[in-house]
Every structure is written in structure tokens, then in C-alpha cells.
Design a protein around this ligand. Structure first.
Ligand code: ADP
Ligand code: MG
Length: 619
């Protein structure tokens, strides 16, 4: 085939392939244009998840009638002079309107303050009409109908109206956080309306807008961040570790006011929270980076959500340092790091054994302490009678009595509480349960080791496997609630949950929508026992939101099972009888993958007798 120049419409459609991925991308571009035009009020109307209609009206500067044709032409922009490294507006590529016009029926109406009337221009699948006069108030109304009618292949990739409508809300909320002085509203037959009143400028206005979007709980559970390094300013809020979520949708980052989804920034946030949040949970954060536009390249991708920093190390260090410092100041420390180090030294045998000479010295010191009185010792054996029984003969006899009575008491205790471990239990991989300590750890004994089981983690894994099994056979039994529990949720979450109601019912979780902003829970899976229904529903909504789009039904089922398992597990704090402990150990041995919990943490650790002997300097 001979080489030919592509037509303008084809060129625009190719560009649209990158810039306009789905209805939410159109809304993002149109809202950015309105913000760049200095609007203080932006109203959005959608229908059919934005596929049938998107209308964005603003009270910004408007477009002069003689520039309307340019506005919808490719590579025409009012926002860039001749320096592509000095970008101060959200737009700069002059690509959005022509791209949208090439794949939809676009109408742009606009009126500047000085004009007596507005003007309208239409672009239908790349075909231009107008401009012609039209009555309107000052500002701009961009209307997009039948998105992707000109590129049916793309239309096939659209999700349900509900999913697209909620993606639009997400885009608007994300951008709204950075512009609290602008009032945003979204309405339409495909949604319940959202109205974000202008909250003013400054940090109070910002905080108020953040509460509008993330809920009032966030500021109550967040720490303000304000740090500066080498001309880069970082401000915003970091949620405390306990206020974590099941996905990262609640992480908002802005570079010079532009919402970005940037891997480096996510990585830095993850790093900052690494030892205070488990790997499968995500903190809630709102971060604003402000720096000289010349130090950051936003021209990385047509959608302008990726950025490249001149000095990525500086930005990462700033984010990690500032968040850690904020968390530290508020008294939340990396409580796990000390325990981790100790565990390592157990595993690696890194503890310096007590040298025999030192041990000797210690014994000697005790032996000469003639004033020692075992009766006064907090360590005195419980079964010990007053010294009178031994005639109060002195230290040596007292110690003798201590050893003797102590041993008897312990032996008696063992007999009462736990039978001598039968050989077949000792030779099982996880051994015979000997005790439960701190109401969560089962200590068991095998022929040649000591095993410590995290009963919560282990049980969670077992419930998870049982739930997964149940999926392949029949539905799980459910337990009716006497009074349905009502859970208030954002409208998108309600939609997502209701869409999966049938799936959830197979697990024994009976839900239905209770108005646009709430879910009524009628049944819960019997297997889970007493659960925090509110939290379960919220976590499930998060899981579904995260995996709905990409992973298909099977993955969602697994995630739902994992979330339920976590809620239904034997929580730390429940005392188990010896039989129950042994039953748990045997179940673990039979269940594939039971060595780690659903979050990838170990469910048990094993200390070989040889390791123990090394710790005591016997080897
Ligand atoms: P870009 O935003 O990258 O400049 P667009 O294709 O989105 O490119 O818009 C082209 C031009 O049309 C803008 O540079 C701007 O001058 C004008 N324009 C678009 N939308 C609006 C609006 N809502 N208000 C005022 N001017 C607008
Ligand atoms: Mg634009």
C-alpha cells in the first residue's frame, strides 16, 4: 500500500484513543478546561454513565466567538507560550476538544463577558458546523452526546452505566480536592446527585473540602503534614495507620494542583507506612507537592496523570521523611520493628549465649545473699506453706522447699489442665498443644521443636479455605438477623455491592439496597459467628471496587472470601481448650497453604530444639 497522509479526523481519533479512554476521561478534560478558565462554579450532568450524555457548564472566562473554531482544532491552545517546561495550567496539549469531537457529537457553547450573545460550534464525528449565535449566560457549556459512536470498537470496552457513572464521580472528587474555592455539582438520571459547596481558600477551606469528599472521619483520624526541602513543598494529611483501607483508591496526590496517579509517589507513601501498616492494607492520604514547574515534567502521557521529577530521590525522601515524622510526633511508632529484630535473632540463632563464667558469677552472688527471704519474693511458689513447715532453717533449706513445692505444683497443674501428650500428637508436624499464652498464641511441642501458632491468623486461613471450597459445592448456611443491620455507604459502593448481591448470597451474606446511600444486611454467614457487620460491608465494598474493573468474577470471589475470613476468624483474645487447640493444629496440617495467613504473614513459627539449646549456650 502506498504511503498517504492521514486525514485530520483519523489523526484526532488516534489521539482520542490515548486521551479519551472512557466517559470519565471526557469529564476530566472538560472540568480541567473549566478550571483553567477561572470558573468558580462547575456543573456536570450525565446520562447512561456518560455514554449518552456529558454536559459540563462553567462560569469561567468563555471563548471569543472568533476563536471557537480554533478551540476544537488540533494543537490549538491558549495555555502555552513557547516553553513546554513552564506549564502552569491543567491543559496545554490542545488535544482534548478535537479528540472528543472526533469520536462523539460535541457541542461547545460559549460567551465571553464583553459579548452580547453566545456562540455555538458543533463537531460530529470530526465534522464541523458553525459557529452560530446562541442565547446563553457568560461561561462555557460543553456537551458530549453518543460518546464513541464513531469508534464502535471502543464502545465495546465500556463497563456498566453504574460503573462508568461512579468513575466519573471519582474523577470529579479527585480534582475537586485541589480546588476548594470552586463549587462542583454532578447530577443525572444515572446517579444520585453530588454537590460540593465552595469552601474557600486556605488550609481550613482545604480541610473542609477534604471532609466533603472523604467524610468527616478522615480529618479526625489524620495528621497534618507540612514540610519543605530544597524548594519542594509538601503539605496535606496522612491518615493514622489504624484508619487504613483495603485498597489505594483513597490516596490522593497532587503536583502543582494537578491530580496525579504516580508510581513513585505511591511507592513513597507505601515506604513511609511500611512498618506501621500490614502489606495488604492501604493508608488514606492527601498530599500536595508544590515546586517550580521547571523541576517536573507533566508531559509524559497524553492523559497527564503521570509526572517525572527532575530529582525523584528528593521527592521520595521528602514524602517518606515528612510522613514518618508526622506519625512519630503523634505518638504512633513502628511498634513492630523491635519484635521483628528479636524474631530474626531467634531464626538466625544470632543471640549471644550466656557464657558459663558469667552464669557462675551470677549464681555466686545469689548464694552469698543471706538476707534473701523467699517468703517475700514475688516469685515464691504458690503451693508453699509458711517457712514454719521447714523450721525456718535458713537459706539453703528454703531454696530446697521452693524447688520441691514449685515442681509439685507445676506437675499438678499440668495434670489438671492438659494430659501428657500422646506420642502420635508429638510426631504430627505441628505437634501437641501444650498451652495458650496471651490468649492468642498456642504453644505446641513436637519431637524435636517448639511451635508457636498465631491462632487468629491460622483460623483466618482455615475459614478462607472453607469459604473457597463452599463456592465449588453448595451455598453456605446463613444466619438471619433479628433486625436487619443498616450500613450507610457512598452511593457508588451501594451500587457495587448490590450488583454482587447474588454472589454474596452464596457465601451466606444477604444484602439489599436500602435507598441510594445504604445497604440493609439481613443474613450473615453462620460460619463467621459474631462479626462487625458494618466493617465487613465497608471492607467488601473496598475489595469489590478495587477488583471489579479488571479481575473478573473469580478474583472477586477470592477477595470476598478473604475479606470474610478475616472478619470471621477466632479473634485474638479467645481462650481455647486443649481439645480445640489440637483440633486447630490438625486442621492446619490438612489444609493447603495454611503456613501463611491470607495476608502472607506466617501462621506459625517453629524453634528447633537445637536452636533452643544454642540460645542457652548448650551447643
Ligand atoms: P487545552 O486545554 O490543552 O488547551 P483543549 O482542546 O482542551 O486544549 O481546549 C482548547 C482551547 O479551548 C483551550 O486552550 C481554551 O482556550 C479553550 N477552552 C476550552 N474549554 C474552555 C472553557 N471551558 N472555557 C474557556 N476556554 C476553553
Ligand atoms: Mg484541555
Amino acid at each position: 500500500m502506498a504511503i498517504k497522509q492521514l486525514t485530520e479526523t483519523i489523526i484526532n481519533q488516534i489521539a482520542a484513543g490515548e486521551v479519551i479512554e472512557r466517559p470519565a476521561s471526557v469529564v476530566k478534560e472538560l472540568v480541567e478546561n473549566a478550571i483553567d478558565a477561572g470558573a468558580t462554579r462547575i456543573d456536570i450532568v450525565t446520562a447512561g454513565g456518560g455514554k449518552n450524555l456529558i454536559r459540563v457548564s462553567d462560569n469561567g472566562s468563555g471563548i471569543p466567538s472568533d476563536e471557537l473554531t480554533l478551540a476544537v482544532a488540533r494543537h490549538c491552545t491558549s495555555k502555552l507560550t513557547d516553553n513546554v517546561h513552564d506549564i502552569r495550567a491543567l491543559g496545554f496539549r490542545g488535544e482534548a476538544l478535537p479528540s472528543i469531537g472526533s469520536v462523539s457529537r460535541l457541542s461547545v457553547k460559549s460567551r465571553i463577558a464583553e459579548a452580547d450573545s453566545g456562540f455555538e460550534i458543533n463537531v460530529h464525528g470530526g465534522r464541523l458546523e458553525g459557529p452560530r449565535p446562541t442565547p446563553m449566560n457568560g461561561g462555557t457549556i460543553a456537551e458530549v452526546r453518543d460518546l464513541f459512536f464513531a469508534t464502535p470498537a471502543r464502545l465495546k470496552f465500556m463497563k456498566t452505566d453504574r460503573a462508568e457513572a461512579s468513575a466519573i464521580s471519582d474523577v470529579v472528587k479527585r480534582v475537586a480536592i485541589a480546588f476548594p474555592h470552586i463549587r462542583f455539582s454532578i447530577a443525572g438520571s444515572d446517579r444520585t446527585p453530588l454537590d460540593l459547596a465552595a469552601t474557600g481558600t486556605g488550609s481550613t477551606g482545604m480541610l473542609e473540602r477534604i471532609s466533603q469528599v472523604l467524610g468527616k472521619e478522615f480529618p479526625e483520624n489524620a495528621i497534618a503534614i507540612d514540610a519543605m526541602r530544597d524548594g519542594v513543598r509538601l503539605s496535606g494529611f496522612a491518615g493514622i495507620p489504624a484508619f487504613n483501607r483495603a485498597n489505594s483508591l483513597q490516596q490522593f496526590a497532587y503536583v502543582n494542583g494537578r491530580p496525579v496517579r504516580d508510581k513513585q509517589i505511591w511507592g513513597a507513601i507505601r515506604g513511609a507506612f511500611a512498618d506501621v501498616i500490614s502489606r495488604d492494607r492501604h493508608p488514606v492520604v492527601v498530599l500536595f507537592l508544590n515546586l517550580d514547574p521547571a523541576l517536573v515534567d507533566v508531559n509524559v502521557h497524553p492523559a497527564k496523570a503521570d509526572v517525572r521529577f527532575r530529582d525523584p530521590g528528593l521527592v521520595r525522601g521528602l514524602i517518606v521523611g515528612a510522613i514518618r515524622e508526622a506519625l512519630g510526633q503523634s505518638g504512633i511508632r513502628a511498634a513492630t520493628s523491635g519484635a521483628e529484630a528479636m524474631l530474626n535473632s531467634f531464626r538466625l540463632g544470632g543471640v549471644e549465649p550466656i557464657r558459663p563464667a558469667a552464669a557462675q558469677r551470677w549464681q555466686g552472688a545469689a548464694a552469698v545473699n543471706q538476707n534473701y527471704n523467699v517468703q517475700q519474693s514475688p516469685y515464691r511458689p504458690f503451693a508453699m506453706e509458711p517457712a514454719a513447715r521447714h523450721g525456718g532453717e535458713g537459706f539453703a533449706e528454703t531454696v530446697q522447699a521452693f524447688l520441691y513445692d514449685g515442681a509439685t505444683a507445676l506437675a499438678a497443674d499440668t495434670r489438671a489442665g492438659m494430659a501428657e501428650a500422646p506420642q502420635e500428637l508429638l510426631s504430627a508436624p505441628l505437634g501437641a498443644a501444650r498451652a495458650q499464652i496471651h490468649a492468642n498464641y498456642i504453644v505446641s511441642q513436637t519431637e524435636d521443636s517448639l511451635v508457636i501458632v498465631d491462632q487468629h491468623a491460622a483460623h483466618e486461613r482455615l475459614v478462607y479455605e472453607a469459604l473457597k471450597n463452599a463456592l465449588h459445592s453448595k451455598s453456605l448456611p446463613a444466619q438471619m438477623l433479628l433486625i436487619p443491620e443498616i450500613v450507610d455507604l457512598p452511593e457508588e459502593d451501594v451500587g457495587r455491592l448490590v450488583a454482587h448481591a447474588e454472589t454474596l448470597a452464596r457465601f451466606g451474606l444477604g444484602i439489599e439496597s436500602f435507598g441510594p446511600g445504604a445497604i440493609a444486611v439481613r443474613e450473615t454467614p453462620s460460619m463467621l459467628g459474631e462479626i462487625d457487620t458494618q466493617k465487613l460491608i465497608r471492607d467488601l465494598a473496598d475489595e469489590i471496587a478495587e477488583h471489579d474493573t479488571s479481575d473478573g468474577l473469580k478474583a472477586i470471589l477470592n477477595h470476598v472470601a478473604a475479606t470474610m475470613a478475616c472478619h470471621g476468624s477466632v479473634r485474638a483474645g479467645r481462650r481455647l481448650k486443649p481439645d480445640e487447640m489440637n483440633a486447630l493444629l490438625r486442621q492446619m496440617e490438612e489444609t493447603p497453604g495454611s503456613g501463611t495467613c491470607n495476608h502472607g504473614r506466617p501462621t506459625y513459627i517453629e524453634l528447633k530444639l537445637t536452636d533452643i539449646e544454642r540460645l542457652f549456650g548448650r551447643r
